[in-house]
Design a protein around this ligand. Structure first.
Ligand code: PLP
Length: 387
């Protein structure tokens, strides 16, 4: 088996170097520096009935997917990672690895589709979820039920208000109550925050966003501190539900992660510049960005995010919902589209997509800063706001 990635021995390089080189794997058969794309769904059995290659069928496992997982594990300082067909499937697999009747604490501000799933299908299946203000440790403390709470779900910065949660403090509270902690770190990326280093047990990404970074792959990832029983249950859910990432998507994801550090640094610098300028813009009454000293989570963000505050910010417009929708309609360079974390900048009126129970105000525009020239991005929005 020449080109199965071996378990990668630590080479002693930084996560950035390892991601750029996709862990330095060179195909043994051809010496190609780009790993081959494995598309086979079935594998030859040995004459003595064994499967010595370790591969049997495409639903449990795939060599290209394993390569992507090895890079993600390295980026998150994790012992193992699993790649999924979407961020939602990675998150849902985590909850389905719990048992009906288990109690979960989740944030009031979180990715809206996952909150909806917890309120509907997960509740029907038997999970009991309390939603709390995760920026307030007392609110988490009050919601925890020692022995009953099995999982605390965090998202920081949390979409779309970019609320900050102190991961280390939340993990200490959750662990004292006997609960695991999982962090949706999609917005922070492993470049800026490594939740496992701060005490979390699991980290989740919509790899559709920054990890891939080019708005052309739907993918999700989980990375774990320990390969324990819970991790084995998540693996079983992925296998039985067929949630594994496709090999072509894994191949593109590996390519995307090679430039992750450059893209995140550029997007963070652009977002910081835009947040600062919009704070003084006459059409804007609030900028939500953890990099701004006035943001309530700034001090915690400055501690747990290294090298920037991410590419995501939201602005609230003085003219209310009508002005927000009109501004989004008038941009020329920003793309009026959902999603985030790609090289191209996106703008979205979030309340329109999140529906009536959203904590998102209707005068809010969510901005995913890409890597274009920030002067062009500012000028386009400034013009769209009617300046
Ligand atoms: N988590 C966050 C913070 C997200 O923004 C998204 C998607 O927008 C998801 C999870 C879900 O990811 P996916 O769309 O890849 O299923």
């Amino acid at each position: 088996m020449s080109d199965t990635p071996p378990p990668t021995p630590p080479r002693g390089y930084s996560a950035r170097t390892e991601a750029v080189q996709a862990l330095g794997h060179v195909d043994a058969g051809t010496r190609a520096v780009v790993p081959p794309l494995h598309v086979a769904t079935t594998f030859l059995r040995d004459p003595d009935n064994q499967y010595r290659s370790g591969y049997v069928y495409g639903r449990p496992d795939n060599a290209t997917v394993r390569e992507a997982e090895a890079v993600i594990a390295r980026l998150e300082n994790a012992t193992a990672a699993l790649a999924f067909g979407s961020g939602m499937s990675a998150a849902v697999a985590t909850f389905l690895a719990l048992r009906p009747g288990d109690h979960v604490v989740a944030p009031k501000v979180m990715y809206w589709a996952l909150r909806n799933w917890l309120l509907t299908d997960a509740a029907e299946w038997g999970l009991r979820t309390d939603f709390v203000d995760m920026s307030d440790p007392d609110a988490l403390r009050a919601a925890l039920r020692p022995g009953e709470t099995k999982l605390v779900w965090l998202e920081t910065p949390a979409n779309p208000l970019w609320t900050i949660t102190d991961i280390a403090a939340a993990a200490a509270l959750a662990h004292a109550a006997g609960a695991r902690v999982a962090v949706d770190s999609t917005g922070a990326t492993p470049v800026l925050t490594r939740p496992l280093d701060l005490g979390a047990d699991l980290v989740m990404h919509s790899a559709t966003k920054y990890l891939n970074g080019h708005s052309d792959v739907l993918a999700g990832a989980l990375a774990t501190r320990r390969e324990d029983d819970f991790w084995a249950r998540i693996q079983r859910v992925r296998r039985s539900h067929g949630l594994i990432l496709g090999p072509f998507e894994a191949f593109l994801l590996i390519r995307g992660m090679r430039t992750l550090h450059l893209r995140v640094a550029a997007a963070s610098a652009g977002a910081m510049e835009l947040a600062t300028r919009f704070s003084n813009h006459p059409a804007v009454h609030q900028v939500l960005y953890p990099g701004l000293p006035a943001h309530p989570g700034h001090a915690i963000a400055a501690r747990q995010m290294r090298g920037g505050f991410g590419g995501m910010l939201s602005i609230r417009l003085r003219g209310g919902a009508q002005m927000a929708i009109r501004t989004a309609a008038r941009v020329a360079l920003w793309k009026r589209a959902t999603s985030l974390g790609g090289v191209e900048s996106l703008i979205e009126h979030r309340a329109s997509i999140e529906g009536p129970d959203t904590p998102c105000p209707d005068d809010l525009l969510r901005l995913s800063t890409g890597i274009e020239d920030v002067e062009d991005l500012y000028a386009d929005l400034d013009r769209a706001m009617g300046s």
